[in-house]
Write a protein that binds this ligand. Structure first.
Ligand SMILES: *Cc1c(COP(=O)(O)O)cnc(C)c1O
Length: 491
């Protein structure tokens, strides 16, 4: 039951519900499964099952302190008609790969896959652990997490949610989605900084013991909706298991065949969920980690040196404009065979020297990964080419993944069946996508959505319709240094 522990060496073990409530460990580490669970059945026995059925089994294997009824409550409330695709995560073949479309939830990005269930996991956890404090969810976002978390937690009793996004660091549609958010418990601020500033600011608030004490006196406890929360990560494992099973059902692979998984990567959560799926028995040949110009992970996978002493670029795949990929810490933990002291040393180095280099042992483990990147020009060219040749519309992030996959194939000749994690609707990044497929620019971004729909015949996701007619409810712009006082004043 007590199967979660910190990446940074603390001996304390927690139940799933406790780890979800805590968000981040007391020693500043992230919670990880101390032991990877075993599925209660073989992967083969999952064939024919629905997304929801597979999700219950996979998430339930990690959070084994939840009863079957509790898990069913969470899964069934999360993955329902909110999703525009009845399969929840359809798989579409286009070009040379299978696209696992993870963006059919309310906010049109893959963050919905985890954030539609996190509020249920959290409220169930609070009940199970008899925690009576009000929970305040703090979230740093590079664009998509913020909206998905706001939708998930809006008007959820016993919670407040505060989101910080980088001013000018998100797309027009992403910003409008957040600032029009309804719900009395929702709060949104632009910060004068980039995503790393927002994420570091939030982590600092979590690690501020004096602030935590003052909030506790008011009956408030902080938690996180970022992928530093294990409750974000575990639900994502389900769709990798699901995609494997569906490929077998379709006859694209035979049970036991290996697949490649390509993930457009920012905070390393999504690709790490794939790695967790492998630990459950999904057969994976390579994890292909795709970055944009902020290619710190490409360099890391190729050299074993993580070096953030470099320029930060704002790109047209803003959800990947990140230099400090939080979840890499979890991979380091697993690859070091659970050596918390080693992980702590690396993370301390990153903070003080902005660079660290991993052991030969960890480097050996990194061989399961291939790292590559695509710049903006290549990204746009790939969107245009895919659309022209196959009539398939990709968003900028998914296009980064596809381009890196093409490079990988060319470099290795590997013909293994490949799944691309398709992380957002093209409409979230309408300006870039329209330009890439030759739809003339519009002054008004929201007119452009309509033109894109007329041209491509792909419907605008429900959550993005009429965004321009909604009332703007959140207007705050603050300095990074003012994040703690902003939180305290609100509460
Ligand atoms: C968040 C996000 C990513 C990056 O995912 P990580 O789990 O942070 O690596 C990629 N694409 C889109 C569209 C996203 O919203």
């Amino acid at each position: 039951m007590e199967n979660f522990r910190s990446t940074r060496g603390s001996e304390r073990t927690l139940r799933g519900a406790q780890a979800v409530i805590q968000g981040i460990a007391e020693d500043k580490g992230l919670y990880v499964p101390a032991q990877f669970p075993k599925l209660p059945c073989s992967i083969e026995e999952l064939t024919g099952k629905t997304y929801q059925e597979i999700a219950k089994i996979v998430i339930g294997a990690f959070f084994n302190d939840f009863t079957e009824e509790e898990m069913a409550h969470c899964v069934d409330n999360a993955y329902d008609s909110k999703f525009e695709a009845k399969e929840i995560a359809p798989i579409v073949k286009a070009g040379d790969a299978y696209f696992l479309e993870l963006y059919h939830g309310k906010t049109a990005a893959f963050k919905d896959m985890a954030l539609s269930i996190l509020p249920y996991l959290l409220t169930t956890s609070l009940k199970k652990e008899k925690e009576d404090k009000k929970i305040c969810i703090l979230t740093a976002t590079s664009g998509d997490t913020g909206k998905a978390a706001l939708e998930g937690f809006a008007n959820v009793e016993g919670t407040e949610i505060i989101v910080f996004y980088p001013n000018k660091g998100v797309s027009t549609v992403q910003e409008r989605q957040m600032v029009t958010q309804e719900g009395d418990n929702t709060h949104v601020f632009a910060i004068e900084g980039n995503f790393d500033d927002a994420q570091t600011g939030v982590k600092k608030i979590f690690n501020n013991d004096a602030l935590a004490e003052r909030l506790a006196a008011k009956g408030v406890k902080l938690s996180s909706a970022n992928s530093i929360n294990i409750g974000r990560l575990v639900p994502q494992v389900a769709y990798y298991v699901y995609s494997y099973v569906k490929l077998v059902e379709e006859g694209a692979i035979k049970m036991g065949d290996k697949i490649n998984i390509v993930v457009p990567t920012g905070n390393f959560g999504n690709i790490l969920a794939g790695y967790y799926a492998k630990q459950l028995g999904v057969q994976v040949n390579k994890f292909i980690c795709a970055s944009n110009e902020n290619k710190v992970l490409t360099d890391f996978i190729n050299t074993g040196v993580y070096d953030i002493r470099r320029d930060f670029y704002l790109t047209n795949s803003p959800s990947m404009d990140i230099l400090i990929s939080s979840n890499l810490e979890r991979l380091l933990y697993h690859l070091s065979d659970g050596n918390g002291a080693e992980v702590k040393e690396l993370m301390d180095k990153l903070e003080s020297e902005k660079i660290y280099s991993v052991s030969e042992h960890i480097k050996e483990g990194l061989k399961d990964f291939y790292g590559g990147y695509a710049d903006q020009k290549a990204t746009n060219e790939t969107i245009g080419r895919m659309y022209k040749e196959n009539g398939y519309l990709m968003d900028t992030h998914t296009a980064v993944a596809y381009k890196v996959y093409e490079d990988y194939r060319e470099a290795t000749g590997d013909e293994t069946v490949t799944v691309i994690a398709s992380t957002a609707s093209a409409y979230k990044f309408a300006e870039s996508v329209a330009a890439a497929i030759g739809v003339p620019a519009e002054e008004d971004c929201f007119k452009l959505l309509e033109k894109l729909e007329e041209t491509t015949g792909v419907s605008i996701p429900k959550g993005l319709q009429n965004l321009d007619k909604k009332e703007i409810r959140h207007k705050g712009v603050i300095e990074v240094a003012d994040m703690p006082t902003t939180v305290e004043d609100l509460l």
